[in-house]
Design a protein around this ligand. Sequence first.
Ligand SMILES: Cc1cc2nc3c(=O)[nH]c(=O)nc-3n(C[C@H](O)[C@H](O)[C@H](O)COP(=O)(O)OP(=O)(O)OC[C@H]3O[C@@H](n4cnc5c(N)ncnc54)[C@H](O)[C@@H]3O)c2cc1C
Length: 437
Amino acid sequence: MTEPSRIAKKSTPYWWEAAPVRPLPEQALQKQVDVVVLGAGYAGLSAGLTLARAGRSVAIFDAMNPGEGASSRNGGITSGSIRPGFATLTRKFGERTALAIEAEGKRAREFLYGFLKDEGIDCDFRLTGAFRGALGHDQYDVMARAADTLAKRLGIDTYAVPHAEQRGYIGTDFYRGGVARMDIGGLHPAKFHAGLLRVTLAAGVTVHSHTPVTAIAREGAGFEVTTSAGKIAARQVLVCTNGYTDGAVPFLRRRLVPVRSRIIVTDPLPAELMDRLMPRRMMMSENRKLGFYYRPTPDGASILLGGRDSSFAGDPVEPILRLRDGLTELFPELCDVGFTHSWFGNVAMNRDMLPRMFEKHGVLYASGFCGSGVVWAPWLGRRAAQRLLGERVDEPSAFDMRPPAAVPFFNGKPWFIPAIIKGYAIQDRIALSRAKR
Ligand SMILES: Cc1cc2nc3c(=O)[nH]c(=O)nc-3n(C[C@H](O)[C@H](O)[C@H](O)COP(=O)(O)OP(=O)(O)OC[C@H]3O[C@@H](n4cnc5c(N)ncnc54)[C@H](O)[C@@H]3O)c2cc1C
């Protein structure tokens, strides 16, 4: 079997070259704080920052280096998308709710872009726009209708791109047209996390790295939180552990399935080739069940492509080969390209594929970002903090919901993922052969 190292030179995130994740200096454990937050990814930090600026004392605990979860491993695409898609959301919940969800995505993206600017976070953010490819003419028609509704009803800058104009967006004939979304861009996820960590620490939040929370217990009107460094009392507790949720929060663990997402990065490509394959240097995605997301690296020199990884243990080579095959199916001229990095991280899926915040037994949760947390995690972290503060907000969040349903026969180990991914691959093959008819 080919070793992963023979396919990609490094098995650590490309992003860690410019912004490595690191432990923080050890901090003494306070006896008591207003709020304990579990998880120092985008959601936990965004919540901690909002709480501290409102005058609350906050201690954030992370089991690893801050950001070492998904927040420094992702593709950096500011999609803010909801997995079911606008057409499915409309079918399931009605057009009003579907539009409320999309409108909140618009506000969440605008919040993120304003936040980066206001806080002076330099993370290579560019509002490049995004192109989503359609597999066939039927899919194109559905996507074009949804784009038309979002443009007319919410003023989102989105439009259909017919097949004849596709090469102006992407150098492949794999798709039958697609949709452009000009409110989506790309950033350097680890630089974003580092900037968010910097402003959160500056606001007075204590962040404890390599200090897992092991239990949360009710104690009078508040909580006693047990960590690997000792116990701490808190008036309120917020859980932001998403795809890395462990046994410390069994209620959430039964409801969120950690699924691996993997990324590969090509060797630098000649500028003329990049100009042909990604003429507008946009963010890219598609509608297959096991669809790929891809983009140029911030220097515009390489292609970074991500997708589902069917493994749940070890670091097998097959998922890397699947991504490599996917890349060459889209861009046959890359059949001999080498790869600098390949790595994976966990995204958190729940049964209805909707991110949310919810409360259970007095503990607040902000989780279930289903692979789109670059926009949703900072947004729902902030909204959760506003809820803890009892702040009145002008518009209630469409994601302030009941807890997700528990997943039957699941208690943390996603043993069923390989079978589900095989099923999705079959559905994709059928959809593709139908689309080509
Ligand atoms: C490979 C990959 C590609 C992705 N691409 C994109 C993309 O292009 N666009 C997009 O929008 N989203 C993308 N995502 C999703 C996005 O990265 C996540 O949704 C987002 O980072 C989640 O942030 P978070 O703060 O909720 O969780 P995380 O950043 O995962 O942080 C959770 C933290 O909780 C900690 N933790 C867990 N249990 C405990 C405990 N008991 N005590 C203390 N700490 C604990 C963990 O150590 C971890 O650091 C991608 C994800 C991956 C993995």
